[in-house]
Design a protein around this ligand. Sequence first.
Ligand SMILES: [Zn+2]
Ligand SMILES: [Zn+2]
Length: 256
Amino acid sequence: MKNKNSLLFFVLLLIFIGCSKDDVNDPAVIDKSANLKALGFSANELVSDEKFTSIKIEIVYVTGFEPTQTTLDNLKTFLESRTFKPDGISITTRAVPSSNKAPFDINEIAQIEVDERTAYNVGDEIAVFIYFADGSNEKDTNTKTVLGTSFRNTSMVIYGKTIQFLANHTNNVERSTVESTVLNHEFGHLFGLVDMGTTMQTNHEDSESKGHCSVTNCLMAASFQFGGSMMNVIDNNTIPVLDDLCIGDLLANGGR
Ligand SMILES: [Zn+2]
Ligand SMILES: [Zn+2]
């Protein structure tokens, strides 16, 4: 009788351990739904402290395409200057092997996110996934290369190989300046600029490029997403900034 009870207890214990292990390790129980929305959906959640008081940024890079420390420092400075996150902004970086899928279409990048992303919104912390890819966008041409794409509410890809090529073939421009320009520009899209989740206060949308700003040299000018034209406008190795109209939109949506 005693032995039978012991056995039952042992079996129950095993089941209990089994369950708690699953809860921690089974990806199926992580609620990813809040991070699978359309671009611009989390604009307010990212810039204000109403729902989320901190941001966790997960940068996953293919070996050889790690962003520079200066790039990471610049990103944190930019985010702190435009958002209200009293509990802080944390950035983690992690190397992964090549997917061997370059050049990429955005569906391939989305699948890589499914495979590699580990950080999702939890409690009052919002998570952002950034993938530094070892290749280019498959739609690149000789005159137009895409440097980055925000493809969901908290997801972006940075075409690391394209950025390295540009930086290596341009005099007097640091790779970190190019990386920072592209990262800040893509965060502008996650922040809902221009009129893509953050309501435009006065008309400054580029009539030829949805989601971009018509003000020359604003960070959200369409030219900063593309390689060929970008190098013509980065003067003195300086990262472009948001103009007053874009900042005004962020202010109206709870940011700064
Ligand atoms: Zn853009
Ligand atoms: Zn602007």
